[in-house]
Design a protein around this ligand. Structure first.
Ligand code: UN1
Length: 502
């Protein structure tokens, strides 16, 4: 497989100008082989600021276009994505290392959010509120916000952008996107796909979508620019801890989707066959590189000896390799740093009494590609490194006897993204979903922690950052709310009975 050649061919088919793929100072690699696939030219800080200004100018026109008409642009984007699904999905596999069904699944998520946003474009409702004064009416109106900055991570290089962009666009905003340095090519492809939708739309303002190829310094331009009232950032908790305060300092809004240290609880009544499949996909799928990946598992002592040996077997037998050549279920880690991080977590776990199955590097002909066998680590108790997120396929398994203690351990980590319980006992299930159950933004029963549908609000609590993207009423985060009071009477009563007669 000549990966550089195939990447160029895919990008050309997707509409990216071949000239931008060579000659620049920012090399781009595929984790499938570790080989270089492009040399892009990063944007300068000055040009990034100009792009933001252009997006702001586009916003000032776009906000006056009726929302259902804005929805038409997103409908066309969805159509273009459908037409490009196979090519873009394959490019996701090349750039992020995903297996084909997950690369395609990621594009499907984009199509789904476009459909959702099109419907939403006719449903940007505000409440009408009963006024305490006679002859008065109160209501809420939702207005476009401005330039929405999107900072995305390598692991969902295009879907997370689309969650933000589809909503932002129907809400009347423009979008400036700083993709991960590890996955700039899929972003260029999306830019080309968007350009096709915009040209079919006809009179969309120029500059509605800007893509900033560059490093962290370019992300900082976006975070600090006064004309960007909202930044939606996906990445590590460490990144969020820097971005959040910088945005707060200039009173800009943040939607932060940061780390996850997601756990599952397997109860005595669990359907173990179903749990096994859910755990396997949640923990090993995407080579453990989803923010929703299952990283901790609490198994009741009565089913531990039934479930865990079966799980270990799955870990020993799962196919690892180049998913475009072999049909393997587990592709590569993104890079050498991810491999190092995984090995260092495993060493720490071993020192803390962990018993490891798997975790070793799977050698291939390419030294610069990092394939690993997923690791299952039986831990005597929840101590470091179990309490930290390592962005790699490591599942820490712990035995529990008391349900309350399991819930307490479940919640005793910094992150609060996704969670699952496997049980047929409705008391346990409802307790897990209740106020003193899981403290995560996503809490599931009898399905795994990953693979959320776009219809729900996506995001989590605590060190996950508190942001919500995608479905439900997440759109409200992309608009500004005005409370309007209209007096249609002939007098001016003041609220709260205040009198002020001049
Ligand atoms: C992420 O890993 O940043 O729920 C997003 C899921 C996907 C999205 C993950 N729909 O696993």
């Amino acid at each position: 497989m000549d990966i550089a050649k195939e990447t160029t061919a895919l990008l050309e088919r997707l509409g990216v100008d071949k000239a931008v793929l060579a000659g620049g100072s920012m090399p781009s690699y595929s984790p499938l082989t570790g080989g270089k696939v492009a040399d892009l030219a990063p944007i300068s800080a000055q040009d990034a600021a100009k792009a933001i200004e252009a997006a702001d100018a586009a916003f000032r026109q776009w906000r006056n276009v009726p929302a259902p008409r804005r929805g038409e642009l997103v409908r066309l984007l969805g159509e273009e994505l459908r037409a490009s699904k196979d090519d873009l999905g394959r490019l996701v596999s090349i750039e992020a290392g995903k297996i084909p069904s997950e690369g395609l699944g990621e594009v499907q998520e984009m199509i789904d959010i476009c459909d959702f946003a099109v419907g939403l474009s006719r449903q940007l409702y505000g409440l009408t509120i009963a006024s305490e004064r006679p002859g008065h009416r109160m209501m809420e109106t939702w207005h476009p916000l401005g330039v929405v900055g999107v900072i995305s991570a390598f692991n969902f290089p295009v879907a997370v952008w689309s969650w933000n962009a589809a909503l932002a666009l129907v809400c009347g905003n423009s979008v400036v996107w700083k993709p991960s340095e590890k996955t700039p090519l899929t972003a260029l492809a999306c830019q080309a796909i968007f350009a096709r939708a915009a040209s079919r739309f006809g009179d969309a303002p120029e500059g509605l979508l800007q893509v900033l190829i560059g490093d962290r310094a370019i992300g900082e331009v976006l975070v600090d620019h006064p004309k960007v009232p909202l930044v939606s950032a996906t990445g590590s908790t460490r990144m969020g801890a820097e971005v959040g305060p910088r945005l707060a300092k200039r009173f800009a809004r943040a939607i932060l989707e940061l780390g996850g240290n997601n756990a599952g609880i397997v109860c005595p009544s669990a359907d173990l066959d179903m749990a096994l499949r859910a755990i396997a996909f949640g923990a090993m799928g995407t080579a453990g590189q989803r923010c929703t990946t299952l990283r901790r598992l609490f198994v009741h002592e009565s089913v531990y000896d039934d479930l865990v040996p079966r799980l270990k077997k799955a870990y020993e037998s799962v196919s690892v390799g180049n998913p475009l050549e072999t049909g393997a279920l587990v592709g590569p880690l993104i890079d050498a740093a991810a491999y190092k991080g995984m090995q260092s977590a495993l060493e720490k776990a071993k020192a803390a009494g962990g018993e490891i199955t798997g975790g070793e590097r799977v050698e291939t002909a390419q030294d610069a590609a990092f394939y690993v066998r997923p690791a299952l680590v039986e831990m005597p108790k929840q101590v470091s490194p179990v309490t930290e997120e390592t962005f790699a396929p490591i599942l820490y398994v712990m035995k529990y006897s008391d349900f309350d203690a399991a819930i307490a351990d479940h919640n005793a980590v910094g992150a609060g993204l996704s969670s699952s319980i496997f049980t047929l006992d409705m008391r346990e299930a409802e307790r897990f979903l209740s106020a003193d159950g899981s403290d995560c933004g996503i809490a599931n029963v009898n399905i795994g922690t990953s693979g959320a549908e776009i219809g729900g609000a996506f995001g989590g609590e605590k060190e996950t950052g508190g942001g919500r993207e995608s479905g439900s009423d997440a759109w409200k985060g992309y608009m500004r709310r005005a409370t309007n009071t209209v007096n249609y009477s002939t007098v001016l009563p003041l609220a709260q009975g205040v009198s002020f007669d001049i």
